[in-house]
Design a protein around this ligand. Structure first.
Ligand code: NI
Length: 255
């Protein structure tokens, strides 16, 4: 079944139909979902959803854009959550230089803290990196991220950079962007990346694939991403679903 390695169902845009939507996943071929924390509130949501639904796992972490008011005590709190059975990763963490705020030094500080946390608690990381390729890589090398492991979520850089992450043992998360007309760079990355290192993700409610681009995304639309990857790789859609599911379970160390 399809494994959605990255979603945000705690988002307000699911308030009207969250339960019905989640209950419809199985009959539509969606097996597991990882609900990813991006701040304090969404991390709480992730843990709550993972406790309510048996097919949902949680990742806990602070997104770079949410680091402005973070304190050391928040790291302790993340650490305490990380011991819960269904918390399977630290994320999403990283650097986002698309906007000027928060200050780069602040983002780096909490990125490093959360890499250390992941190393301490023995969980893989979910990396968010936007317009910050060089700094992200340098920090990850400094912290021996190849020993931590994880996924580069919504991979948006060149094949040259992808290759470095693959050499470090990381998986690449591919979602709706692969269906966009201007996604030449990502198509090249998908073509060159071995299928056993690709995982599927939505980033729902964001980044819906064509033909729903701009609408609210959900795991139900991953079939369009599967279609695209199958075409790029010249293999069957079932093979894409099966292999990426195995990859996701390896990535998150789920039995
Ligand atoms: Ni996300």
């Amino acid at each position: 079944m399809i494994f959605d390695t990255h979603a945000h169902y705690g988002d307000d845009r699911f308030n009207d139909d969250r339960h019905e939507l989640l209950m419809s996943m199985k009959e539509n071929g969606i097996g597991n979902i990882v609900e990813v924390g991006a701040g304090i509130a969404s991390t709480n949501d992730a843990v709550t959803l993972s406790e309510k639904y048996d097919f949902i796992y949680a990742a806990v972490g602070i997104h770079p854009s949410e680091t402005a008011d973070i304190k050391e005590s928040d790291m302790e709190w993340l650490k305490s959550l990380s011991t819960k059975e269904k918390v399977i990763a630290i994320g999403e963490i990283g650097l986002d230089y698309h906007y000027d705020e928060p200050d780069k030094q602040v983002q780096k500080k909490w990125f490093k803290s959360q890499l250390e946390l992941a190393r301490d608690v023995g969980l893989p990381v979910i990396i968010h990196s936007r317009d910050a390729a060089e700094d992200t890589l340098n920090i990850m090398k400094d912290y021996n991220a190849e020993k931590i492991g994880g996924v580069i979520h919504c991979f948006s850089y060149s094949w040259e950079i992808a290759r470095i992450y693959l050499d470090m043992g990381f998986y690449l998360g591919i979602g709706g962007v692969i269906t966009f007309q201007n996604s030449k760079k990502l198509i090249e990355v998908a073509k060159n990346t071995p299928l056993d290192r690709i995982v599927l993700e939505t980033d729902a409610p964001y980044l819906a694939p064509v033909p729903y681009r701009g609408k609210r995304n959900s795991s139900l639309y991953l079939k369009y991403v599967v279609e695209n990857i199958a075409q790029i790789k010249g293999i069957s859609e079932q093979e894409v679903v099966d292999i990426t599911e195995i990859n996701a379970k390896k990535l998150y160390r789920i039995e």
